[in-house]
Design a protein around this ligand. Structure first.
Ligand code: NAD
Length: 348
């Protein structure tokens, strides 16, 4: 089986790669090749040493011939420009998110039209497809049947691509699936240009001994998922066979990955409880209306029935999310946190 991960050296790409290189199987079959494609490949990337891994470096739109030089069985499409980038640079978002996805779908279609395998394609969409239109406010609990009315260029681009994936699937060109990701927290490493980036930064930076700004009012409620739950969700959607019943993917609708609903105030209180006052005091609340307008337009409470049918569950608490981060990234912690904090999420 030849699996391609676009955006393979991004945050989630590396997490998924780590999982697949550990299991070395997908849907019970051995992985023969794991192609990681990204325009940015870090020097000395450990993945490169694995005999299963092939790296295709460059802008995805220009690398499609190389990606499809051998038959592709599974495509996990993660490469994208993030939300604040797309608001700041309309052309970048249209090209990186919309045009590139269309190009990828066309390349997949060409493979199946030429008698090759019909690739299974997982598109990583986002909670940002939802937004509250004044004429059509979101219901208190959002599900897949809620009409998405995105309020950002990024959300619009994700929604258009969802529809393209649905139609390429209906036509039999690909076997497409859509995972709508919640905001992933706590994201390790450096801050990124996502409007929701602070939802990791207000935990990650203080734990590293650095100040952090919280640009929204603390009573704002958000929908989060840990990296582990997110990777589990993407891979479960990739693996699921179609049909009805537990563990199967029915219909063509996207799946909203399970959401942990939490207020920003609860996140900050959790940080204080787990890491102490000195760490929590590194966060300054300074609302930024531009950030609040984007993040505040996303729903925070989800009906997780569809994800639950695939055996997916939300993180049990934000404390478990923070403790998971502490356990997985001990090198990123610059402050004393009690060893009890290293307990793992009991569900994982
Ligand atoms: N992380 C989250 O909180 C979150 C939430 C919702 C949706 N998503 C979606 O999940 C996917 C992965 O997210 P992530 O957090 O890993 O993002 P990321 O920014 O860490 O990684 C994306 C990777 O894609 C690469 N890339 C972007 N455009 C490219 C192009 N045109 N050609 C080649 N490479 C390109 C980048 O170099 C980067 O390494 C994205 O599609 C994102 O929109 C993420």
């Amino acid at each position: 089986m030849r699996i391609v991960i676009t955006g393979g050296f991004g945050f989630l790409g590396r997490e998924i790669t780590e999982t697949l290189l550990r299991t070395r199987t997908h849907r019970g079959l051995p992985i023969d090749r794991l192609v990681l494609t990204d325009r940015y490949v870090p020097a000395g990337a450990a993945e490169a040493a694995d005999p299963l891994v092939e790296i295709v470096r460059g802008d995805l739109a220009e690398c499609l011939d190389e990606v499809f030089a051998e038959p592709v069985d599974v495509l996990i499409h993660l490469a994208a420009a993030v939300s604040a980038e797309c608001e700041a640079d309309f052309d970048l978002g249209m090209s990186a998110n919309l045009d590139t996805t269309r190009g990828l779908l066309e390349a997949a279609r060409a493979q199946s039209a030429a008698g090759g395998p019909v690739p299974r394609l997982v598109f990583s969409s986002s909670v940002a497809v939802y937004g509250s239109d004044p004429a059509l406010p979101l219901p208190p609990v959002v599900g897949e049947s809620t009409l998405p009315t995105p309020r950002s260029s990024y959300g619009i681009q994700k929604l258009v691509c969802e529809q393209l994936v649905a139609d390429y699937t209906r036509k039999g060109f690909v076997d497409g699936r859509v995972a709508r990701l919640m905001t992933v927290s706590v994201r390790p490493g450096k801050p990124n240009a996502a409007a929701s980036g602070f939802l990791s930064g207000i935990v990650r930076e203080p734990l590293a001994g650095l100040p952090a700004i919280c640009p929204v009012r603390p009573d704002l409620r958000v929908a989060l998922a840990s990296p582990r739950r997110t990777v589990e969700g993407i891979l479960r959607i990739a693996e699921a066979e179609r049909g009805t019943g537990k563990g199967r993917l029915d219909g063509g609708l996207p799946v909203n990955l399970p959401a942990l609903t939490v207020s920003v105030a609860e996140m900050l209180a959790t940080l204080r409880r787990v890491a102490g006052d000195a760490v929590a005091d590194l966060v300054t609340v300074a609302p930024d209306h531009a950030v609040e307008a984007v993040v505040g337009s996303w729903p925070s409470v989800f009906d997780n029935t569809r994800a639950a049918a695939l055996g997916l569950k939300p993180d049990p608490s934000f404390e478990s999310v923070v403790r998971g981060y502490l356990a997985d990234h001990p090198d990123a912690i610059r402050v004393g946190v009690s060893p009890a904090a290293e307990r793992r999420d009991p569900d994982l």
